[in-house]
Design a protein around this ligand. Sequence first.
Ligand code: 5GP
Length: 210
Amino acid sequence: MSLDGINEFKYNAGFLVVLTAPSGAGKTSIRDGLLHKNKNLVYSISCTTREKRESEVDGRDYFFITEEKFQEMIEKNKFLEWANVHDHYYGTPKGYIKENIRNGKIIIMDIDVQGGINVKKRFPDAVFIFILPPSFDDLEKRLIERGADDMATIKLRIENARKEIILMYNYNYLIVNDELRRAIVSVRAIINAEQRKISRNVDFYKSYIK
Ligand code: 5GP
């Protein structure tokens, strides 16, 4: 939006937005919708030891690495958080997060609930959003339709979903993804409100009252 002749105010505090959902809840589509044409938002690309799916690109969806490399990164303290999810390792590399927070970016993290709880210990002012499909039946249907996993994996993911949902009380916001566009609008609204919190704009109001 342009305000002719008026300097547009920029909210410039960087912060983390953690998106968590059981697999099949539509989190990836929500994430992609959020990132589309929004230069202020950046995506934290995780490392994983899971096999790459056909549709995925190394360095865009994940950094696909070996278990040895993952262990080495744990030992060298390279992860902000990491977890074993559905029998594979996943971790958030630290460097990218630090650099982007410094540059005032809003960083979208797509991580599981254990990872979210660990991030909360280190970044209590991060924003924690939990996404649910309308029902468990719907979840199973989405996982089967997606065709990315075999039946045993789908069963494991559904079992894990029940365990994850129990931990949702650690989060700030709940989005039920019954309609993708509406879910994206809701997440955007949360981010907009969070960006405008006084506590994230202390430098601005200090300089304003001087
Ligand atoms: P998928 O294999 O379907 O891509 O992801 C499986 C789960 O791992 C998802 O819940 C996803 O959010 C989570 N995940 C992806 N990256 C990370 C990460 O860096 N840390 C943690 N804790 N979980 C992750």
